[in-house]
Write a protein that binds this ligand. Sequence first.
Ligand code: DAT
Ligand code: MG
Length: 151
Amino acid sequence: AEMERTFIAIKPDGVQRGLISEIVSRFERKGYKLVAIKLVVPSKQFAEKHYHDLKERPFFNGLCDFLSSGPVLAMVWEGEGVIKYGRKLIGATDPSKSEPGTIRGDLAVVVGRNIIHGSDGPETAKDEIALWFQPKELVSYTSNEEKWIYG
Ligand code: DAT
Ligand code: MG
């Protein structure tokens, strides 16, 4: 299998609402492999780095204030096609437009509190993993389920 990795984060609203296990279980049951995880409170400056692509948007300041307002569960998930399909599991940015069955569709209501972040492509995945994690925090291991998931 051609493995790729993506950066997924449960934002402060998802953590405060007790949705960690619900969200982690969706990635886990799908068959993706968790390779890094930590709970952190990012600084405002760190949040601005994470969202640097959006710095011209009117909601940028509020978004960065919110991301840095409390604990965030930062994760790296690995699997075939995990970047694109991870976005599918998450659902559309605005939960009022996310399909039922997606994380945002099932668990969130408004765009400013959409509970989860996921990298939007291979380049951002690479950059975001490097921003949030040191190389030694990424754990390489063999999952015994791999032969049942990938054949
Ligand atoms: P996504 O998180 O789906 O990748 P994005 O990268 O365009 O979406 O925006 C990052 C976050 O910014 C998003 O999860 C929630 C917030 N956001 C996006 N559009 C917004 C808007 N119109 N008003 C308020 N917040 C917004
Ligand atoms: Mg984005």
